[in-house]
Design a binder for this molecule. Structure first.
Ligand code: GSH
Length: 228
């Protein structure tokens, strides 16, 4: 059975959705990042990057959410576009675009808007600018087609859903009207039975809610180290 190391954060939830979509049997193993469990040696042996998600599937160990989505899609043959060079190219491009653009920039936007100890207007503007630019690219794409790659729902849509449903946190409550096509996709995915099951699975596990000193030390380790 696949061991799924997760929390309720955006990157693990993409994978929870995919596991539920594939109806693969899996054992959810919570990693409470606000308690610092991502830094335990036994978890670092699975994901040396000390982040969730990760999976262990027999002797295969896979970390990084979009790598896991691709691994599970290739394992099951599900949620991939038709196997043509054209669609394979599009799949890789959009998957990497979400992995290297949408996710990190949304994450930094959330950080500087909500968690940084000082309000740094430059950082907030830079990350909000880039985040809304990335979502604009997706919205334009989704104005022309129902799903991000090909003509069917797939792993890139799941990767987008993980972050885009949190646009109000990354950008603000007033941003949804700017991305009507993206909103249409997020709403469609949020209503899927697999999404409802993934959320219910997450809600069964109690993760620490407070962002206290223990959480800060576990997740913002740069604050205690001078490298610049
Ligand atoms: N590129 C990684 C990023 C993983 C990541 O940043 N995970 C966050 C949750 S969304 C995390 O584990 N945060 C805990 C920490 O930073 O200590 C992926 O896509 O899986």
């Amino acid at each position: 059975m696949i061991k799924f190391y997760f929390s309720g954060a955006p990157n693990p939830m993409k994978v929870a959705l995919m596991l539920e979509e594939c109806t693969l049997p899996y054992e959810p193993i919570p990693v409470d990042t606000r308690k610092g469990e991502q830094h335990k040696p036994e978890y670092l042996a699975i994901n040396p990057n000390a982040k969730v998600p990760a999976i262990v599937d027999g002797d295969a160990v896979v970390f990084d959410s979009n790598a896991i989505l691709l691994y599970l899609a290739e394992k099951t043959g599900k949620f991939l576009p038709a196997d043509t060079p054209k669609l394979r190219g599009e799949l890789l491009s959009w998957l990497m675009f979400v992995a290297s653009g949408v996710g990190p920039f949304s994450g930094q936007s959330v950080h500087f808007r909500n968690y940084a100890p000082e309000k740094n207007e430059y950082a907030i503007n830079r990350y909000m600018y880039e985040t809304q630019r990335h979502y604009g690219i997706l919205d334009t794409r989704l104005a022309k087609q129902k799903y991000v790659v090909g003509d069917a729902y797939g792993i890139v849509d799941m990767a987008v859903w993980g972050w885009a449903r949190l646009i109000p946190v990354a950008l603000g409550e007033n941003y949804w009207p700017k991305f009507p096509n993206l909103k249409r996709l997020v709403d469609e995915i949020s209503a899927r039975p697999a999404t409802v099951r993934a959320n219910a699975m997450k809600d069964k596990h109690k993760f620490k809610a407070e962002f206290d000193e223990e959480a800060r030390k576990a997740m913002f380790r740069h604050m205690d180290v001078k490298v610049a």
